[in-house]
Design a protein around this ligand. Structure first.
Ligand SMILES: Nc1ncnc2c1ncn2[C@@H]1O[C@H](COP(=O)(O)OP(=O)(O)OP(=O)(O)O)[C@@H](O)[C@H]1O
Length: 642
């Protein structure tokens, strides 16, 4: 109220004086979080249907190991409830109670291992397919996996392009973004890079990104975790405003302050996988008093609830659970909230199942695959441009190693006396490019995967264009690194400058490092980082032994297959062949006798005498493609495993 009467001149003066505390207070009061009437304009946002969510007998069990036995552990024991449109619902309970699990099941994020039914406006969502439900909802997870190098405006625009496609003109997308950013108090940070936003602002950006499609159901997992009390209050007020516009907003929350707790309309309390209360917030204390559980005066009801749930008041939890299961919407609790609900519901129509199908048909479709890849590629390029140091450092590292190797092995390429040294140089070069190709993605992909998971689940794009957009960046980058290393190293070590040799040498090293990169993607997509950073190099060292440190004839029969399978062996032998094969003339010898004056002698000793360079080249390409296909499958599986 105070601030609504503020005049702009006065506020500017305050802001110019850098009175930070006052400015924050001013911004908070001025922000639309306190304005319950904030409505999306119909010019930019389509009308949403009102969707009520009912769940019945939800059970969830996982298989876990206990004393070397696989045992079934039930986490949710048949919970029931109803979350209505126009209400902000809090799922609360002690740590490990099953809040996130319940939210994951309701959001459709977990399907395997769960049973029971989830109904949307009375219809089981399995009948129409979970995909239709996912189109109507969004899920904002706890960790804000955002693109840290894009500005708020850029992140929003890419999301708008990907979600709204070509049917919505650019001016509408921009209008929508502006409206959303204003509504969420981010309009002053339009050009701020995401990594510079505060925790609360990041959370609001996560919400804004999903609001582009104006979904009727919003799920949030612990949206206030890590926020200070002011940001926490802002965040919950924002959610309340979103709910008051007719959306169904459900979030899990840890012990909120009394003020924040009051902002919720509906509470769903769980403990050890069972519901102990469902109903309006303000009915909680009177309800518990019926069971002789009296909230002490001046005590935060949210704290009281958790204390009851963890057994501090010696409550009979079985009694609470069975009473809560009867605590449907038909009991006394409905009366408290009924009037306020009808007020909220007027904003959006309640649709029948068929009408929801029609509604979905009218929603803007995402762009075609090629355009999705284009938008994602553009986004990657922007991020790369803002992270030039990483690009320059990687290139520079390759150049420095090339110069050091070139200096250490100077002239070995055209000297019969130094053929063995050249063999070691080729082995080192091969392994160096394998490591750099692999490790860069092993380390970066797990973080990337978090963002992919969030965006893919919320239906921003499909996997294929995403993979294309990543490879269009990573492959040329790896090729650039490779060339930066091999050209100076090749020249400094005095290798033959015959064009066909150089071309073959270059192609082999590029294909090898791309194959190593593909294995990095595979490891990053399937294993935790601490395991993949270990397994990656160890497996490459194992594969590199074949063809270099042991002859085929000396390998025990049980390990022979590793010799043939190893793409590192294939690559190393190809490098030797490119340098010493292809009818190379005898090498210059400075001494009276040089054992490897005739290159074929060396190749014979290295098992590379009868070598088919085309077959080996295509074998490496085949492994590269095979690993990429396997990686795509693993990513697809992880994204769709619910
Ligand atoms: N895949 C799983 N395997 C084994 N146990 C699991 C699995 N998923 C969840 N649990 C267990 O189920 C219980 C509920 O987990 P959940 O994450 O839903 O709790 P929560 O109430 O959200 O806790 P918190 O508030 O601490 O995040 C915990 O004891 C957890 O260890």
């Amino acid at each position: 109220m105070l601030v609504n009467n503020f005049d702009v001149k006065k506020s500017n003066k305050i802001l110019n004086n850098n009175d930070i505390q006052f400015k924050d207070e001013y911004e908070l009061k001025k922000s639309p979080f306190l304005n319950n009437n904030t409505q999306f304009s119909e010019e930019y946002f389509p009308k949403r249907p009102a969707l009520d969510l009912t769940f019945k007998n939800i059970r969830y069990a996982v298989n876990t190991w206990h004393k070397l036995k696989l045992v079934k552990k039930e986490i949710l024991h048949g919970v029931n409830g109803e979350f209505r449109s126009g209400e902000l619902t809090a799922i609360m309970g002690p740590s490990g109670a099953g809040k996130s699990t319940l939210l994951n099941i309701l959001a459709g994020y977990i399907q395997t291992g769960s049973s029971g039914s989830v109904l949307v406006n009375g219809e089981d969502r399995r009948i129409s397919g979970i995909d239709r439900f996912l189109k109507l909802s969004c899920y904002i997870q706890q960790d804000d996996a955002l693109r840290s190098l894009l500005t708020v405006q850029e992140s929003m625009l890419v999301a708008a392009h990907l979600k709204l496609g070509l049917q919505v003109p650019l001016y509408k997308k921009q209008g929508q973004i502006q409206e959303l950013l204003e509504m969420l108090g981010l309009s002053k940070h339009t050009h701020t890079v995401t990594k510079r936003l505060s925790g609360g602002q990041k959370k609001r950006l996560s919400i804004a990104l999903e609001l582009i499609t104006n979904p009727p159901i919003i799920f949030l997992d612990e949206p206030t975790t890590g926020l200070d009390s002011l940001s926490c209050s802002q965040c919950v007020q924002l959610l309340k405003n979103l709910a008051s516009q007719g959306r169904t907003v459900v979030c899990t929350i840890h012990q909120p302050s009394a003020l924040v707790f009051e902002k919720f309309d509906h509470l769903y309390a769980v403990t050890t996988g069972r519901c102990i209360y469902q109903g309006p917030i303000n009915a909680l204390v009177p309800y518990f008093s019926q069971f002789d559980l009296n909230c002490p005066p001046y005590h935060n009801p949210a704290d009281f609830l958790i204390e009851v749930a963890i057994g501090e008041y010696e409550a009979d939890k079985d009694k609470l659970t069975s009473a809560a299961s009867c605590l449907g919407r038909n009991t006394f609790t409905s009366a408290i909230i009924g009037s306020q609900r009808s007020k909220y519901r007027k904003h959006c129509p309640t649709l029948s199942s068929d009408e929801i199908v029609e509604y979905n048909k009218c929603q803007p479709k995402g762009p075609p695959t090629i355009l999705q890849a284009y938008y994602l590629f553009g986004r990657n390029i922007k991020s790369l441009r803002r992270n030039k140091s990483q690009f320059i450092l990687r290139i520079f590292a390759h150049l420095v190693i090339a110069i050091i190797f070139g200096y250490l092995y100077e002239g070995v390429g055209n000297n019969a006396y130094k053929v063995l040294a050249n063999g070691v140089f080729l082995y080192g070069s091969n392994l160096f490019l394998i490591y750099t190709g692999q490790m860069a993605v092993v380390l970066s992909f797990p973080l990337e995967f978090q963002m992919l998971k969030r965006e893919h689940f919320n239906r921003w794009y499909s996997l294929f264009p995403y993979l294309i957009s990543i490879l269009l960046i990573e492959i040329p980058f790896q090729i650039a690194c490779c060339i930066t290393y091999l050209l100076p190293a090749y020249i400094l070590t005095g290798q033959s400058l015959e064009p066909f040799r150089l071309m073959y040498f270059t192609s082999i090293l590029i294909v090898t490092s791309l194959t190593a990169q593909s294995t990095g993607f595979l490891l990053g997509a399937t294993l935790p980082v601490n395991i993949s950073v270990f397994i990656g190099p160890v497996s490459m060292v194992l594969f590199s032994v074949f063809g270099f440190a042991i002859r085929l004839a000396d390998i025990p029969i049980t390990f022979k297959w590793l010799h043939y399978f190893s793409f590192v062996r294939s690559s190393y032998q190809s490098l030797l062949y490119s340098v010493y094969g292809l009818q190379r003339d005898p090498l210059p010898c400075e001494l009276n006798y040089c054992h490897f004056r005739y290159p074929m002698k060396f190749l014979t000793e290295m098992d590379v005498k009868d070598f088919n360079m085309t077959v080996e080249f295509f074998y490496i390409c085949f492994i590269c493609i095979l690993v990429y296909i396997s990686t795509s499958f693993c990513i697809w599986y992880r994204l769709n495993k619910r």
